[in-house]
Design a protein around this ligand. Structure first.
Ligand code: URA
Ligand code: ZN
Length: 362
């Protein structure tokens, strides 16, 4: 029975070179007090000068860019196939005139990386979202011809105004028409003020554990409220981290819609597809939630046939120097065994069969 990892990242060497050439977030650099260790600084606020330089961002080693290390990690954790994606912040920060060519080069690089391991690697490509819409649409159409590409990874900023921006309609139309999945992944989190003046004392815990999932939840709720899935009924979106908190909050979201006087007056509470319909028709969820509690909410909301195993490699490595297996990966394996105790068939589907069917893998 195959195991497929659909949430696993890489920064191809050409992207790392780009980050090394930069001096503002996102960038890769060494600091005077540790000249032999490069650090990857990507998240907003992560290079705050009040943080000691050796705690800024995270150390970046070859596991971030060397595909041989990805394959070794897959072998070690019994993963047969991976659908690799560029990690955040993708190409969001590029000037408009550079984005189109950069996306082509990067997507070709990633497709070539997959070609080196036939049957083992596939990819979600990256869109040049800072370019004009015509450039984005033409890249979506070009991606259809790349053998290993199965969709696109995307953050929540869209063209700069979020995913409820109607100017994204041509992009959604092209993705729907070419039947490419959007893998919606957080990056920007919440404003750091919500973590309070002591936020820096807690490392990355609040932004990663809570900021990321809430960012995803808000982005997908805005898509829903703006009627994206009423206009694009076949647009498929895979939500990172088991949907952020959407499975848990879907009932509250729906209730707030039904009780909103402003929406009622505007005629927007009738003749709309509700969140439960979209969760079971357009949304897919990864199983990167590290506990059976969250996983069961995901299953209840979307169904075990729409849930797919993931690792988030190379993020969340074990902190012990001598650790062999990754706790983060084993937590996701254990959550699946526990949520589907007594139903091996459903567990196997989540571990691999669903991904093969949904993404059309060999
Ligand atoms: N941190 C990130 O910046 N991205 C991920 O995908 C996971 C952790
Ligand atoms: Zn991720």
């Amino acid at each position: 029975m195959p195991v497929v990892d659909i949430h696993t990242h890489i920064y191809p060497p050409s992207y790392v070179s780009l980050l090394r050439s930069r001096t503002t977030v996102p960038y890769v650099r060494t600091f005077e007090d540790a000249p032999d260790s490069s650090r990857l600084i990507i998240l907003p606020g992560e290079d705050d000068p009040s943080t000691p330089s050796t705690s800024r961002g995270r150390p970046i080693g070859a596991e971030y860019y060397d595909i041989a290390q990805k394959i070794a990690f897959m072998d070690q954790h019994k993963i047969d196939k991976s659908v690799i994606s560029l990690a955040n912040p993708w190409l969001d920060f590029l000037p408009k005139e550079e984005a189109g060519e950069a996306a082509k080069k990067l997507n070709d690089d990633v497709n070539d990386i997959c070609a080196g391991y036939p049957g083992r690697l596939y990819a979600f490509a990256t869109l040049p979202l800072s370019a004009d819409t015509a450039t984005i649409v033409s890249e979506i159409e070009r991606l259809k011809g790349l053998k290993y590409v199965r969709g696109v990874i995307m953050g929540t900023s869209g063209l700069g105004k979020g995913l409820d921006d109607t100017e994204l309609d041509p992009v959604y139309a092209a993705l729907e028409k070419t039947q490419q999945m959007i893998f919606l992944h957080p990056h920007y989190g919440l404003p750091t003020s919500v973590y309070g003046p002591r936020g820096n004392e807690y490392g990355h815990v609040l932004p990663l554990a809570l900021g990321f999932p809430l960012e995803t939840t808000i982005a997908v709720s805005r898509m829903l409220l703006s009627g994206v899935w009423d206009r694009f009924q076949k647009l498929n979106v895979l939500l990172a981290h088991s949907g952020g908190t959407l499975p848990f909050l879907a009932g509250r979201l729906e209730s707030c819609v039904k009780h909103d006087g402003h929406l009622k007056k505007a005629g927007k509470t009738e003749n709309r597809r509700d969140v439960w319909d979209i969760l079971k028709t357009n949304i897919y969820l990864d199983a990167v939630i590290y506990s059976d509690v969250g996983l069961k909410a995901a299953v209840d909301a979307s169904g075990a046939d729409r849930l797919m195993f993931g690792t988030d490699h190379p993020f969340f490595p074990p902190l012990e120097e001598d650790a062999e297996e990754w706790h983060s990966v084993n937590a996701n394996y254990t959550a699946i065994s526990s949520a589907f105790a007594g139903n091996d068939r459903a567990a196997q589907d989540v571990l691999g069969n669903n991904a093969i069917r949904i993404l059309g893998l060999d």
